[in-house]
Ligand binder design. Structure first.
Ligand code: GUN
Length: 292
């Protein structure tokens, strides 16, 4: 079994991005600028946005963090997004999801200028992705593709099961892995809450992407010998072994599944780090497009 190490791969990609940013500034161009908008007190969202802002600094990007209390009105949020849409010094805008119930996520996403939608969630960008046109690919699936590419994993002809059908991960992941690309060219089955006999489908899979948000959902009896396991889950569970009283586990029962696999991503230290890296690549791309 080989670990797909998000630390190693993300470090490698970040070094490449850093060099490109240095070249931009040496050429008298401005560095990429990401705006992150956080609404409310969700601890996971705060942690993710914090990591994104920190990574911007590490890579020489400019970043602006805007925080709102949970009760901010939808109109105020939309007005702020429009202001950033018009700001020529801003390349990327992301609004951390989920949002409080009184704010429409669809409206928020559709208000972001597609050219600045570095999350790749805008319908225009998802449509372009479906047509294999150049666009911003959502960060988690993009990060997983970068990881498979880095390890030279040839996926052509493989059976792939994607567990979860979210707009952010499961749906774009299924599409990317089924396309005529390398990595790609898989026969993809997308599983969800109404899927019958998920275990039988998983046992046929050469690759399983688990993105369902349920701790240790994929167990060893669901996994074929030699399968590749990509664990997207980041679940906080209570633990008596840590000071904080909780620890992070994935959607895969790592300890029991790992011995059966050819490759597996750890949690933490796997897909999560790749997601941030992919977001940074998208932000650099937005900057390059804007300053062409
Ligand atoms: N919430 C969970 N994942 C993401 C992400 O990739 N982008 C945003 N904006 N919100 C998220």
């Amino acid at each position: 079994m080989q670990l797909l190490d998000g630390k190693v791969v993300s470090q490698h990609i970040k070094e490449e991005i850093k060099k490109q940013v240095q070249e931009l500034t040496w050429a008298g161009k401005r560095a990429p600028h990401l705006v992150a908008i956080l609404v409310g007190e969700n601890p996971a969202s705060k942690a993710y946005v914090g990591s994104k802002v920190k990574t911007c600094a590490e890579l020489g990007f400019e970043s602006t963090l805007v925080t709102y209390e949970t009760n901010v009105s939808e109109d105020e949020l939309l007005e702020k997004i429009i202001e950033f849409n018009h700001n020529k010094n801003v390349d990327g805008i992301l609004v951390q999801l989920p949002l409080p119930k009184h704010i429409s996520e669809d409206k928020v996403i559709e208000t972001i200028d597609p050219k600045k939608d570095v999350d790749g969630f805008h319908p225009v960008n998802l449509g372009k992705m479906m047509l294999s046109l150049p666009t911003f690919v959502p960060a988690t699936p993009f990060g997983i593709m970068l990881m498979l590419q880095h390890y030279g994993i040839k996926t052509s002809g493989m059976n792939c099961v994607v567990i979860g059908r979210s707009n952010i991960v499961g749906t774009p992941m299924s599409l990317l892995l089924s396309r005529n690309t390398e990595p790609g060219n898989c026969t993809v089955t997308m599983c969800h809450s109404k899927t019958k006999d998920m275990k039988a489908l998983c046992l046929e899979a050469d690759i399983i992407v688990a993105a369902i948000g349920k701790p240790k959902f994929v167990t060893a009896d669901m996994v074929k010998e030699g399968a590749i396991i990509i664990d997207v889950g980041i679940n906080r569970i209570e633990s008596t072994e840590t000071k904080s009283g909780f620890r992070l586990v994935g959607d895969v029962d790592f300890d029991n599944v790992a011995p059966k696999c050819s490759y597996i991503t750890p949690v933490p230290g796997g897909v999560g780090l790749m997601t941030i890296c992919a977001l940074m690549k998208n932000t650099l791309l937005a900057n390059l497009n804007a300053t062409k």
